[in-house]
Design a protein around this ligand. Structure first.
Ligand SMILES: *Cc1c(COP(=O)(O)O)cnc(C)c1O
Length: 226
């Protein structure tokens, strides 16, 4: 099943769109099935679960951290994580910087935007993120962190137009950042190129609205047992 799902989804993705297979709450054997179907990028949202899977699965997997990340957990994922999608405060970037130095590496991150209606979702408000990047000497404060783009989630509603509106805010904020603070810091479109939005339900709409990285769990692995 996993293999068929992966191949089917892949065949619908336009070139240039990266598929992150969201494997949280699913066992390593299912990840192995996806791996055997050629999938190499996986997303997890809990540090301990991720650590256990990393130990038993092939070393050429790119692990993305997509869940809410507490500052005291950064040290555990810092040695091996490929991309942290869910950076939602400047204090968290400070901690990622500290841990990147400790591991003698550079860590790639996405900045999470809050565009959904639910208060419970985390992320920067667009204007808040613009102000932060305007007022921060990025290269001096975070030399071991590479900001690669933006991440976001639409509201949990069954309403395509609502998703479209919210995804549109992410894309619009992306251009405001590139033309404004990022340009002034010398960060180019090639460096800041990732737009991570779209999940099982809404990824086709997300791609239409400019996403180039979709995070798909249920449509690949089935329902999760929490
Ligand atoms: C769980 C999760 C996903 C995948 O959701 P599905 O609806 O199962 O595709 C994507 N992004 C984030 C941040 C998640 O936590």
């Amino acid at each position: 099943m996993v293999r068929e799902n992966i191949l089917k989804i892949r065949s619908t993705l336009p070139e240039g769109v990266t598929l992150v297979a969201v494997s949280k709450y699913h066992p390593a054997e299912m990840i192995r099935e996806a791996y055997d179907a050629g999938q190499r990028v996986f997303g997890e949202s809990r540090e301990q679960e991720l650590r256990q899977k990393v130990e038993v699965l092939p070393a050429d997997i790119e692990w993305h951290f997509i869940g809410h990340l507490q500052t005291n957990k950064v040290k555990y994922i810092a040695p091996y994580v490929s991309l942290i999608h869910s950076v939602d405060t400047d204090r968290l970037v400070d901690e990622i910087e500290r841990q990147a130095v400790r591991c003698s590496r550079t860590i790639d991150v996405l900045l999470q935007l809050h565009v959904a209606q639910e208060e419970s979702k985390s992320g920067f408000l667009p204007d808040e993120l613009l102000a932060l990047l305007d007022n921060t000497d990025i290269a001096a404060r975070w030399p071991h962190v590479r900001m690669r783009g933006l991440m976001g989630m639409a509201s949990f509603v069954d309403d395509q137009e609502q998703w479209r509106k919210e995804f549109g805010i992410i894309t619009a904020t992306y251009h405001r950042l590139l033309d404004g603070p990022l340009a002034r810091h010398g960060i180019t479109r090639d460096q800041f190129s990732v737009l991570s939005f779209g999940m099982s339900e809404d990824y086709p709409v997300a791609i239409e609205e400019g996403s180039n990285m979709v995070r798909v769990g249920t449509a690949i692995f089935g329902e999760r047992n929490y």
